[in-house]
Design a protein. Structure first.
Length: 252
């Protein structure tokens, strides 16, 4: 009789044990999925401390809204700039060795696709618009980074593993980005490839956080603002929309 009473009790214990084991397996699966989502780059990069948020296909940044290494100088001696002024490189030129005086702008992309890059810059020494007119630019973790002309001609930075490459300086995934013209007023223009000007584009296939890197090249090149806009937005419209600057979110 004692054995008869024990059998149902034993079966109940076994069922409870199986149910407990099944629940234990499910919980780690939920945690792993959550971890994979954060790996896409949605998080704020704590090592830098902030991220600029894209909105409606626009990333608009005051260039001086960052921390800068020695050599970059904040200036405010002209009227055609916004914010606190502009940043001017007054350190040693880095004509063939990109990375000196590097500044990183993390950007969080929600609307994926191909974006055009532009900046508002000037040369602040002399009267020759082909001197003191460029800096280095790189997107190290974007899906693609290239220069393109209206006729479809495309160039890729040296070191990217892609060809053709631009005329003039380029190295380790960096483009030399210049502005042309002898009028040293601050203007929107960003091009690469000497004597064969290509506009600048970058592709983000997955929503997440990416790095935009700027490094010094010519001394007395001055930068006021940075703009990224989806290629479907016309340049003039993008510049107008860029009056609303991107939210700068601090890492928690």
């Amino acid at each position: 009789m004692r054995t008869a009473y024990l059998l149902p009790f034993t079966l109940i214990l076994l069922l409870l044990s199986c149910s407990s084991e099944e629940n234990t397996v499910e919980d780690p699966l939920v945690d792993n999925n959550s971890g994979q989502e954060s790996d896409t780059g949605d998080n704020c990069p704590a090592s830098i401390g902030f991220v600029f948020e894209e909105s409606n296909g626009i990333v608009s940044i005051e260039f001086e809204n960052n921390e800068f290494p020695r050599g970059w100088v904040l200036k405010n001696d002209v009227s055609d700039v916004s914010g606190d002024g502009y940043m001017q490189w007054e350190g040693t030129p880095s004509m063939g060795d990109p990375g000196n005086g590097m500044v990183t702008f993390p950007i969080r992309i929600s609307n994926t696709g191909v974006y055009r890059f532009n900046w508002k810059s000037s040369y602040r020494k002399g009267d020759n618009g082909t001197e003191h007119n460029d800096s280095w630019l790189r997107f190290p973790d974007a899906d693609d980074f290239f220069g393109m002309k209206n006729d479809g001609s495309v160039v890729y930075p040296n070191g990217s593993g892609k060809q053709p490459n631009p005329n003039g300086a380029s190295k380790d995934g960096w483009f030399k980005i210049y502005r042309s013209g002898d009028d040293n007023a601050f203007k929107w223009q960003a091009r690469t490839s000497d004597h064969d000007a290509h506009d600048i584009y970058v592709s983000f296939e997955t929503a997440g956080t990416y790095l935009l890197e700027v490094a010094a090249r010519s001394d007395f090149h001055a930068i006021d603002r940075i703009l990224l806009h989806q290629e479907t937005i016309m340049e003039n419209d993008a510049v107008a929309l860029a009056a609303n600057f991107s939210n700068k979110e601090s890492c928690k």
